[in-house]
Design a protein around this ligand. Structure first.
Ligand code: ADP
Ligand code: MG
Ligand code: MG
Length: 536
């Protein structure tokens, strides 16, 4: 979808006094409203917090494209739910070369395959985030064709919902507290340009829906977390919301703690956790397992963690996400979806299960699918197919147009532009090295098949904003690129008796803004600020 949009000159100019005042108001707001991260090294329990990296004013974003991204989210929710339920497709895409050359995806796929016939919980919960960048499309007739292009679709541990809600609230507060940001820009004076956005409330409500579907009043939700996580307040807000608005208690554990603590009742398959602080309670039953961990190889330092993952998967608790749903979020899947006809098969094929639009095509039409596909940019396999061979030549000869991606999450893993050719050639050399275990030559899969090649999205130039790093009391005026995330909730997979559990909803947005000089943009890895959109 393109929009004829002129993004305004940004930011409007402020006097040094106005600027200083905003830094004071934003950092005090952040600290008093839990718009915070833990400092880089923190004691346990923590004794201080720092403001999360923020932008002083919201960043302009075309209203039509913002609304489009929100409108598409239920389609994406349905698409990924159906991928997850299609075992043949997952086997074909993830059980092939990817699982052979990528040990992490291999463990995940083989682990899932070994237990999938014995699983006792048909319902699965997804808290998704579909990420987009604005793309300046100079191939379109219009001189100002701006569209949104999808970066990736996250099916595990999509974070920053709570802090994003706080960022929007902070920008609204600043607007009110400064008479519309000192009336320096007509965009800032109109409150309706600041969208209502409540991902914290909606994501917590999504977890609560999973808990309700499980159907036991005394059960809890388990958050599986990483040790030393700095983004802990984003998670704590979800806990508070679950307890205060839904009356649901949360228990937090790291993955390694669970290897000792998690017990499954052999008969009922209930997942049980000890409750050492309540002598009268033998154990707490878990209704939903919510992973904010388990998505990178670092979360699985030994085979024990894989055993724990599989153990938890076999319980009756609803997983957010299941191993199959995590596999569906692989970048390889995103690439295969872009091959001809695949999207039509998933969204219009009459034999597909109901995941929120009715069975088969339900309420969906080819128009919906075309709209969705317009949010994609070129994605290519790195295999020996005709398409793969052509893509390889492009990657070597025209590398400045591409990013090469492994099957990883969490930021900092991609290979950009001129670094691609050497990287691919090094992979090529590894293919020819004799392996330690003797194997048939033909069985040896090509290492580069664990990667996908993606065209670079080209965000429009010229926007700047003031970014404040966490814990600093000054702002930097940076050339910026903003990535819009749209949260989605999907509860699916039930059999005929519990169709009423199907949920498919949009759950709000996130805007992360980074300096243009940086290719990657993780908030957690210290590059992006949490921003909010100013609709123009
Ligand atoms: P991860 O799962 O690690 O977050 P992403 O696919 O989101 O991986 O890539 C990380 C970052 O790299 C994105 O947030 C974005 O800033 C940048 N990026 C990824 N794909 C593209 C692309 N096609 N064009 C431009 N930038 C991209
Ligand atoms: Mg990701
Ligand atoms: Mg990402």
């Amino acid at each position: 979808m393109s929009a004829l949009t002129t993004l305004p000159e940004w930011p409007p100019s402020l006097t040094p006094e106005q600027h200083e005042h905003l830094i004071l108001l934003s950092s005090t707001y952040a600290l008093s409203h839990g718009f915070t991260l833990l400092p880089p090294s923190s004691s346990q329990p923590p004794t201080s917090a720092t403001a999360a990296p923020l932008s002083l004013i919201p960043t302009p974003f075309p209203r039509t494209l913002y609304n489009l991204a929100i409108e598409l989210q239920p389609l994406y929710n349905a698409l990924y739910a159906r991928i997850t339920l299609d075992w043949d497709f997952l086997d074909k895409v993830m059980g092939g070369s990817v699982s052979k050359v990528d040990s992490f995806q291999g463990e995940l796929w083989r682990g899932w395959k070994s237990i999938r016939d014995d699983l006792v919980q048909p319902l699965q919960l997804g808290l998704f985030r579909s990420d987009y960048l604005l793309h300046h499309d100079d191939t379109e007739n219009s001189k100002e064709g701006i569209s949104i292009k999808q970066v990736e679709f996250n099916t595990i541990a999509a974070s920053f919902g709570a802090l994003s809600q706080r960022a929007g609230e902070m920008h609204r507060y600043l607007q009110k507290a400064t008479n519309g940001y000192f009336s320096v820009s007509p965009h800032l004076t109109n409150p309706s340009n600041f969208p209502q956005n409540e991902p914290l409330r909606n994501l917590a409500a999504g977890l609560a829906e999973g808990w309700k579907a499980y159907g036991k009043k005394e059960a809890v939700i388990l958050f599986v977390v990483q040790e030393g996580e700095r983004n802990v307040f984003d998670q704590k807000w979800l806990e508070y919301e679950l307890l205060e608005s839904h009356g649901i208690p949360v228990i937090r554990h790291t993955f390694s703690e669970l290897s000792k603590l998690a017990k499954i009742d052999p008969e009922t398959k209930n997942l049980l956790l000890p409750s050492p602080l309540e002598p009268s309670v033998e154990a707490r039953e878990v209704a939903v397992i919510y992973y904010r961990s388990a998505y990178t190889p670092d979360d699985y330092p030994t085979s024990k963690e894989w055993e724990t993952r599989i153990h938890l998967e076999k319980s009756k608790a609803i997983k957010c996400p299941s191993m199959a749903l995590q596999l569906s979020g692989a970048k390889k899947i995103q690439q295969v979806l872009s091959e001809p006809g695949i999207l039509e098969d998933f969204l219009l094929n009459p034999s597909r299960p109901d995941v929120g639009f009715g069975e088969g095509a339900g309420d969906l039409t080819q128009d919906d699918i075309d709209k969705l596909r317009l949010t994609w940019i070129g994605l290519f396999p790195m295999d020996n197919s005709e398409l793969g061979k052509k893509a390889y030549l492009q990657a070597i000869n025209n590398s400045e147009k591409y990013v090469l991606k492994p099957q990883r999450e969490g930021g900092g893993n991609n290979i950009y532009r001129e670094n691609i050719p050497k990287f691919l050639k090094d992979l090529e050399n590894q293919n020819h090295q004799p392996s330690s275990t003797p194997k048939e030559e033909d069985d040896e899969p090509d290492k580069k098949e664990g990667y996908i090649l993606m065209e670079l999205i080209e965000p429009p130039k010229g926007l700047k904003n003031w970014l404040v790093k966490g814990g600093e009391n000054k702002a930097r005026l940076a050339d910026i690129v903003s990535e819009l995330g749209v949260y989605g909730i999907s509860l699916f997979g039930g059999n005929d008796n519990n169709q009423n559990h199907i949920i498919n909803k949009t759950a709000g947005t996130l805007l992360r803004t980074k300096g243009r000089e940086s290719d990657e943009g993780g908030v957690a890895i210290g590059i992006s600020s949490i921003d909010s959109p100013l609709l123009v």
